[in-house]
Design a protein around this ligand. Sequence first.
Ligand SMILES: [Zn+2]
Length: 336
Amino acid sequence: MLHRDSRADGSFVFAVRSTHIYCRPSCPARRPLRRNTLFFQTAQDAEKNGYRPCNRCRPKEQDAATALVQRAATVMSNASGDAIRLGLLARQIQTSPAKLRRAFRRVTGLSPKEFEQAFRLVRFKKLLREGSNITEALYECGYGSSSRLYEKTNAHLGMTPASYRRGGEGMQIGYAVANTSLGKVLVGATDRGVSAVYLGEREGSLVEALRKEYPKAEIVRATGESEGWLKEIVRRVEGNAPSVDLPLDVQATAFQRRVWQELQKIPRGATRTYTQVARALGKPRSVRAVARACATNPVSIVVPCHRVIRSDGNLAGYRWGLQRKQKLLEREAASA
Ligand SMILES: [Zn+2]
């Protein structure tokens, strides 16, 4: 509540004794004194105790949207197999497709379809972690064939079932390091895609950072495929336009994935503010969460988090050093 973290919305509301108003945790209004603050599990509980919904954060609407998404999710979890049809789903829970779509966007930031896909993947990964083999888990989750699953997980998650197994354990990451005009660049990759792009001064500390990020993976010096990827990334570091698509193999939450995809839409030579990215995602209040997703981007350059800056033009932070961020932006602006 103190951080106005919208992830807490829907799990409780807080009420203010002096004003008789209740709010969601993320309400933008000034925070009341602790001694004037009460907490309730739901909007309904707050109203039963005589509190009115706040006009700024509209906790009641959020509640209605959350309830709708909850009902839809229950239907999805009971329907094994075929993908959902929005019209049918809406009818089953007595609402309209448009309302349902809005509720999903608002509560989860995803469309019902994206949500359903993410939902299925969560189930699929759970089955793998619990020891099912891939074929069993595939059928259990209603994927037609394993090639279709590989397609979907690659496009939507950037993480393939095989490398996900046992929480990333058993993943083999090969790394290669090259010199660039911005120092060393380390590229880590599995045989399916790029998992890490780090910039720095010393090879040793870059490899150390890679081991920290993937503690359970087997990390070895690369041979073969990643050479081409390394060359491509070096070209991009020097400000050149992408010449080939780079497949990614990274772990991501649904939200991180959306932010990273949004960052990949920022043209070379341009920048966006965290606020603009949050708005483009349809989640204008998630500026902090967007900043966090940028800061945790494991594949710099390929996901160009360096193109996101603060609203006042300040460059904000960069894991690989502000000077590098500035130089990357200058180069891209000059050659775009
Ligand atoms: Zn409020």
